[in-house]
Design a protein around this ligand. Structure first.
Ligand code: FES
Length: 108
């Protein structure tokens, strides 16, 4: 799916995101998890696809986020489920960094 070029939303300052960590943010009314990993920035839905748990309360190791509730895991680069009990992928959003700001394409 290609991103809608008109749908970029300012989400955060790059400086306020901790390195190699996950941050939960409300962006345009949506609960979003933003990950800053090895110089890259990635964004996904913040709610686990297995249950009502916020991934920003989980544990990030490399590009993998572990859900705090049942320890399912996702790859934050593409949302792929990588460890049971999760089987359904997370929704991911395209990210752009411009002038120190992190922009998300929520329609992407
Ligand atoms: Fe996330 Fe169960 S709620 S693994």
């Amino acid at each position: 799916m290609s991103a809608n070029p008109d749908a970029w939303t300012d989400a955060a300052s790059l400086d306020e995101l901790a390195d190699d960590d996950v941050t939960g943010l409300e962006v345009a009314g949506r609960d979003i998890a933003i990950y800053k990993v090895e110089g890259g920035v990635f964004a996904t839905d913040n709610t686990c696809t297995h249950g009502q748990a916020r991934l920003c309360d989980g544990f990030l190791e490399g590009h993998e986020i572990e859900c705090p509730l049942h320890q399912g895991k996702f790859d934050v680069r593409d949302g792929r489920a990588t460890c049971a009990p999760v089987t359904e992928a997370l929704r991911c959003y395209p990210v752009r960094v411009e002038g120190g700001r992190v922009l998300l394409n929520l329609a992407g």
